[in-house]
Write a new protein. Sequence first.
Length: 135
Amino acid sequence: MTFILDPRLETDSIFICDLSLCQVRLENVRNFPWLILVPRINNLTEVHQLSVEQQAQLISESSRCAQALNQCFALDKINVGALGNVVSQLHWHVVGRRTDDDAWPKPVWGFSPTDAWTPCEQQHWISLIRSNLEY
């Protein structure tokens, strides 16, 4: 079965790569280094719907992404979590924070205004993050 990505996730983020379980995407918000992991299993809305092995894989891939973000951006804090109030498809946020970012110490959700990555920046960060995700 072909994996179907929610249209809003497709619109708001840029494909980086596929890991064993998840598609990794760069949120198109340059205010914060922000990755989204989407398990490539259709019709999931909650982490508990994954098998125990898949849950462990999600945590492992999330940790890899957090480490890659930190290598690229020298972060002070990395926040992770699954929210699904707007997009119900299961997706996992990995958000890099710095004490000098635009919203610190408040949450990034609902922060406004946000700036999109330029196409040149997108390609730079996608390439760098992808290379940091390789084993």
